[in-house]
Design a protein around this ligand. Structure first.
Ligand code: F6P
Length: 319
């Protein structure tokens, strides 16, 4: 490849800017011309493409959001939209692209690859729901934000002897709830991957309160349902006053942690090197510290394995 492009797509995540920076600077370092597509696949269709230089990605490694902006683009799901996108790249002789995004973005990347554009996917999502990588770009920061919020909630819940239901993002994946719950010492973690019994949860909580516990933190992954509904069900069973906090998009903003910056930088550079080698249709990830490239086809057709060991550990430690 001689000319490559980069875009960010789907829900943004902290570290996307660091990944864009890595793709641009690594591409330029290797003598490529590098272009940026604005607003994800929508910009590809609308031909919103500009050339980047070293300075275009200055002062962004520490910033949340994405300077390239993002969109969830329905038109790119159609064969006509995909062809138009590929044509807009070809007319500038751009023959490679790095797509930074989650599950939906990968579907689009797969299509571009099948239309002959050399394509690499980078897992950019707070949800950590992409298989064939241990971790996605943004997950570490999102979990840190949730942990910080739970620390604060714990203070006020203890003062009032209440229970706190915290609803977190993650779409169909319970990883944000699991990692943040374990890291913050939550009493209960509800995830879509594991069935649960509200009667058991309510009576355990009542038992804990009668033995002197002054608060109870219940982390609910959004894939399980609404925090409001869970809180009402538990309160109906044990009468302990509950408050609900929905953390929402707070989880997607703010400066990326150093882990996310390092991950994004490594993966961005890896994707460029893979394109230079002539590789295409791959998702770049990290497994046990090793950078790996896996067929996007395989990635979009697999499900991320839930870490039951960690879940059981969180349970054992939250007595
Ligand atoms: O995929 C990231 C994510 O933040 C999910 O956790 C959440 O379900 C969804 O995006 C929210 O989407 P939107 O930003 O479009 O409301």
């Amino acid at each position: 490849v001689k000319k490559i492009a980069v875009l960010t797509s789907g829900g943004d995540s902290q570290g996307m800017n660091a990944a864009v920076r890595a793709v641009v600077r690594s591409g330029l370092y290797h003598g490529l011309e590098v272009f940026a597509v604005q607003r994800g696949y929508a910009g590809l269709i609308n031909d919103d493409i500009r050339e980047m230089d070293l300075r275009s990605v200055g002062d962004i490694i520490q910033r949340g959001g994405t300077i390239l902006q993002s969109a969830r683009c329905k038109e790119f799901m159609t064969p006509e939209g995909q062809q138009l996108g590929a044509d807009n790249l070809r007319k500038r002789d751009i023959d490679g692209i790095v797509v930074i995004g989650g599950d939906g973005s990968y579907q689009g990347a797969n299509k571009l690859s099948k239309l002959g554009i050399k394509t690499m996917g980078l897992p950019g999502t707070i949800d950590n729901d992409i298989p064939y990588t241990d971790i996605t770009i943004g997950f570490d920061t999102a979990v840190s934000i949730v942990v910080d919020a739970i620390n604060k909630l714990r203070d006020t819940m203890s003062s009032h002897e209440r229970s706190s239901v915290v609803e977190v993002m993650g779409r169909h994946c319970g990883d944000i709830a699991l990692y943040a719950g374990l890291a913050s010492g939550a009493e209960t973690i509800l995830v879509p991957e594991v069935p649960f019994d509200l009667d058991e949860i309510a009576s355990r909580m009542a038992g804990n309160f009668s033995q002197g516990k002054r608060h109870s933190i219940i982390v609910v992954a959004e894939g399980v349902g609404k925090g409001e509904d869970i809180a009402a069900e538990i309160m109906r069973r044990n009468g302990i006053e509950a408050r609900v906090t929905v953390l929402g998009h707070i989880q997607r903003g703010g400066a990326p942690t150093h882990n996310d910056r390092v991950l994004a930088s490594s993966l961005g550079d890896f994707a460029v090197r893979k394109l230079i080698e002539g590789d295409s249709g791959k998702s770049c990830g990290i497994i046990k510290g090793e950078l790996v490239a896996t067929d996007i086809d395989k990635v979009v057709n697999s499900k991320k394995q839930f870490n039951m060991e960690l879940y059981e550990l969180a349970k054992r430690l939250s007595q």
